[in-house]
Design a protein around this ligand. Sequence first.
Ligand code: MN
Ligand code: MN
Length: 493
Amino acid sequence: MDRKQKTGAHGKARKQDDPAWKRESGWLKLPAAERPRVDAYGRDYITFLSRAKTEREAHDVALAQAQKHGFVDLDLLPERAGVLKPGMAVYRSWRGKTLMLARLGRRPPEEGLHIVGGHTDSPRLDAKCRPLYEDGGMALLDTHYYGGIKKYQWVAMPLAVHGVVVRQDGSKVDVVLGEKASDPVLTITDLLPHLGAEQAKLTLAEGIKGEGLNVLVGSIPVQDEKTKEPIKRRILDWLRAEYGICEEDLASAELEFVPAGSARECGLDRSMILGYGQDDRICAYAALRAILDLDRTPDRTAVVLLCDKEEIGSVGLSGMDSVFFENSVAAMLRRCRPAAVDADARRRLCLERSRMISADVNALHDPNYPDVSSPNGNMAQLNGGLVVAKYGGSRGKSGSSEATAEFMADIRRIFNGAGVVWQPGELGKVDAGGGGTIALFLARYGMDVVDAGPGLLSMHAPWEVSGKLDAYMAWKAYRAFFADCRVVSPALS
Ligand code: MN
Ligand code: MN
């Protein structure tokens, strides 16, 4: 738009009645007094991100913080503790991976919950069940990638391994290796360019193959001429000495290879954060902090869901396609009114009357790849605020859980009322691709759901970029949603 059009027939630019809608940097909308809070939040988030590099670690860190804030285990709450009352805080943990936190509201839960749900699993490389082998004078670990990765991004970089090994007797070994300065790191090799002429002709998807993602772990043999695989033998000896595990124990393990090292501030102006697993721990952390930071008993029961398995379709026992959440709501309702009849109908009504923010990341306009951006102001910008996505999906919104216009309007009311800097966003231009979140697994209960989370650059890459202001606004938005008191319940009216 040139200057002439801007001043146009009306003599001056139309005054925006809503400052949140104005398309400019979020930094210009942020009150000066809030600037230090953005930086402080960024520091806390970087600490979380650096400690929680797997779904299990995120679960454990979140649970420890919740317990410190007085959340108690719903499953272990003795009957003599009586009924759940407004203000009480409970959690339900599932397999050490998925976690529900709830703070009871002043209204009975049957009138609907306010849910913020994000996921804590991220794309990575998992060790196979028989991972260790020897080849070419080296010992390697074979992997199977998890989630949507660009394979070429995972070679020739330092890797750490995080996870658990469970022995036959049920005893468990926690593994974190490659994070301390004194730890060794692991890596996957790439071809030298001198010999890479044929590889260079392949597409990015073909240049590094899934079966090429083998992690280099050793090269010293044992001194025993009878041993067929002396380097592998030596690694097995080391595993036994270091962790007390044998080779078969690796079959009952979850070992995840992730980029080694901590999250960092990014940019000369320190306005961004570079870190692994920001999809979706940026939202998981914001949701966790939002419920822990609630200073008053909310009107509606506030619920945070930190879910596993989103990156592979939310399937399996710890994904949102399971009945974990439904069962948890049933357990919570029973503890609120143990004598009530029609538990099934009450649970269904509760879910139907609930409202949810599906807290997941979105795409941002990237000047390096402008061709895939949704044009005409429909692509979110870095540090332009929390991205609210009415719909996702691919092609003709296929697979999308679309928020209603009515719920979008109510989210606008809540965010604008609380001074949240937000922007609408689409996952790229029409027909460029697409994606989904956990939204549809909750929307099927009939509840209102909208996607809202910060945008990322380099999403799903080993190191993802977020904006500090966007990260902070996620926390502010989720907290405002929990604190909202207006009765909006179509099922009750
Ligand atoms: Mn995600
Ligand atoms: Mn993702």
